[in-house]
Each structure stands twice: as C-alpha cells, then as structure tokens.
Design a protein around this ligand. Structure first.
Ligand code: A2P
Length: 275
C-alpha cells in the first residue's frame, strides 16, 4: 500500500496513513515564515500536473485516514518546476493549525484537478489588467505576474496588495523584486508592471483600504491611470469576502461585467481561502 509520511513536529513521531485515491503525495521543498499569520511553502510538482496561472487546487496533509483538504491557489507560474503556495495560519484552523508546522521533506497531499476563475481565459481582451488583492489573496496573482501570457495579453499590469501591517506586505514585495530581476520575465515587466501596496492597521506611506483608494480616485492618481473603464480595463479580485463584495460593487458601478470560464467578460473574482 502507498503511504505518506508526515513528521509530527510536536512529538517527532512519524505518522503513516494511506494516500487517498486521486491524490498526489508531494514533498515539501522549503518553507518560509513571514509573520505569525503568514507563511509560504514550495513542494515538488508532479510531472503530469498542468494548470493555468491563477487556478487553485485542494491541499491536505497525510495526518488522518480522511484528511482535511482546503483550496490553495498556485502562487508559482505554470512554467515553474516546483509549486509554491502562500498561506494564512489559523490557530484552530482544521488544516492550517497543522500545515503551519510543515518542514522540508514532509509530505503534502494534493488533489489532481486544478480549477478557478482568476484566469486570463475568463477575461475578454483589454489593455490594462488590475489585480486587486488583500492578505493571501495575492497568491493567484503571484502566479499571473510571472506568466509571459499576462504580458502578451495586456500592455499594463497593476497589482494592488492591502494588508493589516507592513510585515504582511513582505511576500509581495519580494515577489515583485524577484519578478523584475527574473531572466525570463524581468524584461517583459519593464515599465509595464506596477505594484501598489497599502496598510490598514499600521502607519505607512500609503494607508487605507483599497476600496477607499478606488472610491476617492487616489489610486488612479497615484498610478497615473484613468478611472476604471470597461473599454480598456480588466480586473481580477482576490481576498476576503467583504473586500470582494465591495470592490465588485465599485467595478460594476464603473460599467464592468463579471466573467467566467464559460462566458469571459471584464472582471473575475475569487475569495482567498482560509482555515
Ligand atoms: P481592515 O484592517 O480595515 O480590516 P484580513 O487580514 O482580515 O483578511 O484583511 C486583509 C485586508 O483586507 C485588511 O487590510 C483589511 O482591512 C482589508 N479589508 C477587510 N474588509 C474589507 C472591505 N470590505 N473592503 C476593503 N478592504 C477590506
């Protein structure tokens, strides 16, 4: 029987459970903790696993006969030979209370079929792509900003990331810096990729919810772009449910229509999954 091994970091026992059918068992390559609420990890990528940048997959741990699975956006681009994920840590979260303790070499379970609406295919052609994120909602965009197809389809790419404090912005800052220097993507981003950050619970250069920045027009002034326009702009939104609802209302007010894989249009939304 195929079994997956997970080190129980609390008592350093090795636990073994059968791998459920239709699930990959992959190895943790590295883990990076950003704050006491956020961490990122990379795992080996199954050779047969294909996905479109922006999609998510169900992730679990081999720590029970019937493991808990939660949806995680691939944060790595489709061309990367490993898979990267960016996660919240919830003290009593059914999955993340355990997932936050993983170490290199541990086993991660992954269901085989990726899916999701934050994909380029769900948008009609446009000139400017806004990716609006809060917290771990930046994950699917971490994939898309590193995908050459994003730059083939859009002239200008704007990634906004709003978090409670400055430390929570670090993952995105590192991502953008690395993307700009990447031998494959760096050149494509030149003069075309803008990164806007704001904090809501700590003083910083730019404070406030993204909704306030959009409503006041300050976002557009800062970026040097015109207000949302359905003839040129496409928007992807990912983060908390409340943020999605409020930003969705703002883009709809500007005349943008919601798209899907089946019927592409002007904007798409997906909640950042937690727990
Ligand atoms: P705030 O600090 O004012 O709640 P979280 O870490 O709780 O998921 O939140 C991530 C970010 O999303 C925070 O900066 C938070 O601001 C912001 N946020 C929460 N709700 C909304 C909303 N309805 N509209 C815009 N931003 C929001």
């Amino acid at each position: 029987m195929n079994t997956a091994v997970l080190r129980d970091t609390e008592n350093s026992d090795r636990l073994e459970f059968p791998i459920p059918a239709g699930v990959y068992a992959e190895r943790v390559v590295s883990v990076k903790h950003y704050t006491d609420r956020l961490f990122a990890f990379r795992i080996t990528r199954p050779r047969s696993f294909r996905f479109r940048s922006g999609e998510f997959v169900m992730i679990g741990l081999p720590n029970a006969e019937k493991p808990v699975f939660r949806a995680y956006s691939m944060a790595s681009p489709a061309w990367d030979e490993e898979l990267e994920f960016f996660s919240i840590k919830v003290a009593d979260g059914p999955l993340t209370q355990h997932l936050q303790k993983i170490k290199a070499g541990d086993t991660i379970l992954m269901r085989q079929k990726p899916t999701g609406t934050l994909v380029l295919d769900a948008l009609t052609p446009g000139r400017r792509l806004y990716m609006i994120s809060t917290g771990t909602g930046i994950a699917p965009f971490a994939s898309l900003v590193r995908d050459p197809e994003t730059y083939e389809k859009f002239d200008q790419i704007v990634l906004t990331h709003t978090c409670r404090d400055l430390a929570e912005l670090t993952y995105g800052e590192e991502l953008i810096a690395a993307t700009r220097e990447d031998p494959l993507i760096g050149e494509l981003t030149e003069g075309r990729l803008q990164h806007f950050t704001s904090t809501t619970r700590e003083a910083s250069g730019s404070q406030g919810r993204i909704t306030s920045w959009i409503e006041s027009g300050a976002l557009f002034k800062t970026l040097g772009t015109p207000p949302f326009d359905p003839t040129t702009d496409r928007v992807m939104i990912c983060g908390s449910i409340a943020m999605i609802k409020d930003v969705k209302a703002l883009v709809e007010k500007a005349g943008l229509k919601e798209g899907s894989n089946a019927v592409p249009a002007d904007f798409v939304v997906e909640r950042a999954f937690v727990g």
